[in-house]
Write a protein that binds this ligand. Structure first.
Ligand code: XMP
Length: 517
């Protein structure tokens, strides 16, 4: 398989670079700049991309690399800091730019014949973010593009297959950036594009069969996207040798446990074990009101129930599988090891915890460990997992536990579930859900006075939370049209017993979080 190395110098867009490469059907992996040259040589990459980074190449603490990487004969593309590093390593001069550039800037191509600029117009907008610049290109390099304040916005040494751009081709603001990346991959590196989800599925299924043989494999299924897709792949590989353990802690959305069970028992060949333990959770949560304490209790109880169930089935003769995905393994500036680094840490849907000491497995299997989320979804669709599961919104590990303020009781769970079901139904009917990143209802714990017919009521206040976001680190409250909100509010107060008032949360993140607890 063709592979591109994204050598990570700590820039903020490094995962994006790898994703863009993969969008062009070429596998890309991210490794830290501390990876030895011998490893890079052995891995047989078709090309290398130096990422951006926050530093100046003259800063002693900034990440560097040995010059030998430019002598491997493997094409290299330097981006932003990576561009300056290439210049520095090759004997050029990097200086503080008289005018630093930030944002959308017009690029002028000086060398239209450069393979990097095939089908790229002479002028186009690119995204810049730099205070240093290359003031003198290294010997053997020619300047191939400039901007008003950056005389060397791109350079090349075609004989050595070295290319560098001061701007960020990976962000969409660089209008022809993706074309330039494609040009680097296909015209400079000579890639053919063999990273396709169909072949990923075939290859993975084959490898899983070989690894698992006639043994069993146990997977913790949460009903989230990652574990569901992992289950789909493993089921295709080994069928009934797969045992999926699904812990229903009673804090899921309305009918969700049944939906997950039905999906996996009807559509896939596997042994499906559902552990219904809502009562255990409720009794542990009795009287507890502190949000952090509630989270801990739910996390601990989950761990206990889950591993008790697994220990019944694992006696050193089975594998353990989990839905770890690529971003779970990458920390910025460090990169994933590419050798199953996540194996020692078990990803339940409640934070990461170590595997218990007293459980013995043949090994840990992570079939999705090299995939980005959008690739996981593509695999899920191809495996026939329902759209609703594959495109599911994030759901917090502690479930409705963080959407019920104050003590958690069966009645409050029922109220928040019923209200949430109405909200979801309306969003689906209106086709509005595609505009939202996440939406749900919250049991606020407040009670309000109301009137119903001739009677005064004193009942619960439910809040609607709906957000839009790219990354969940920041979020904005969604501007849902008033008429949709009106219908939702009417239906909730009419259809759900125990609610007489509905409010809409108009807090962005920050200062609010997405969840209420
Ligand atoms: P916050 O509330 O921190 O949420 O703004 C950001 C995103 O993370 C989800 N979330 C969690 N996911 N375990 C999870 O797996 C948790 O404990 C947890 N808490 C919040 C939340 O739903 C949102 O998508």
């Amino acid at each position: 398989m063709e592979k591109i190395l994204v050598l990570d110098f700590g820039g903020q867009y490094n995962q994006l670079i790898a994703r863009r490469v993969r969008d062009h059907h070429i596998y890309a992996e991210i490794l830290p700049y501390t990876t030895p040259l011998s490893v890079i040589r052995e891995n047989g990459y078709k090309g290398i991309i130096f990422t951006g980074g926050p530093n100046s190449v003259y800063d002693e603490t900034s990440p560097h690399y040995e010059k030998g990487i430019l002598e491997l004969g493997v094409p290299v593309l330097g981006i932003c800091y990576g561009c300056q590093l290439m210049a520095y390593l090759s004997g050029g001069t990097v200086s503080t730019a008289p005018v630093s550039e930030y944002g959308k800037i017009e690029l002028t191509v000086l060398k239209e014949e450069s393979p990097l600029f095939a089908d790229v117009p002479k002028t186009s907008t690119v995204w810049m973010s730099h205070t240093d610049y290359i003031s003198a290109a290294p010997e053997g390099f020619e300047v191939i593009a400039k901007t008003e304040n950056c005389p060397c916005a791109a350079m090349q040494n075609p004989g050595k297959k070295l290319y560098a751009v001061q701007f960020h081709p990976e962000v969409t603001h660089s209008v022809y950036g993706d074309k330039m990346l494609e040009n680097f991959l296909y015209k400079v590196c000579g890639c053919k594009g063999d990273w396709k989800m169909d072949s990923f599925i075939d290859d993975t299924v084959k490898a899983l069969r070989e690894q698992i043989g006639d043994k069993h494999v146990i997977l913790g299924l949460s009903g989230g996207v990652d574990s569901s897709v992992a289950a789909g792949l493993l089921s295709r590989a080994v069928g009934k040798q797969l045992i999926c353990v699904f812990v229903d802690q009673g804090l899921m959305r309305k009918n969700e446990g049944d939906f997950v069970e039905e999906t996996f028992t009807k559509l896939f060949d596997m042994q499906f074990v559902r552990v219904n333990c809502g009562d255990v959770f409720l009794s542990k949560l009795k009287g507890v009101t502190d949000p952090e304490e509630k989270r801990h209790i739910i996390g601990d109880a989950f761990y206990e129930v889950f591993w008790d169930e697994i220990k019944k089935r694992a006696h050193g003769d089975a594998f353990f599988a989990q839905g770890t995905i690529y971003p779970d393994r990458i920390e910025s500036g460090k990169g994933a090891s590419g050798k199953g680094a996540g194996s020692a840490v078990i990803k339940t849907h409640h934070n990461q915890r170590a595997l218990p000491d007293d459980v013995d497995f043949l090994g840990v299997i992570e079939p999705l460990k090299d995939l980005f989320k959008d690739e996981v979804r593509a695999v899920g669709e191809k495996l026939g997992i329902p759209h609703e599961l594959v495109w599911r919104q994030p759901f917090p590990g502690p479930g409705l536990g963080v959407r019920i303020l104050g003590e958690i009781t069966a009645e409050k769970i029922r109220i928040v579930q019923d209200a949430d079901a109405v909200l979801r139904d309306e969003m689906a009917k209106n086709g509005y859900e595609k505009n939202l990143s996440q939406f749900f209802t919250v049991y606020t714990g407040a009670k309000a006075v109301g009137v119903m017919g001739d009677h005064r009521t004193y009942e619960n206040v439910i809040a609607i939370r709906a957000i839009t976001t790219d990354d969940f680190m920041t979020a904005d409250w969604a501007r849902i049209p008033y008429d949709i909100l009106a219908t939702v509010s009417n239906r909730i107060t009419n259809e759900v017993d125990g609610i007489n008032r509905v409010v809409y949360d108009i807090t962005s993140k920050p200062p609010g979080t997405v969840e209420w607890e």
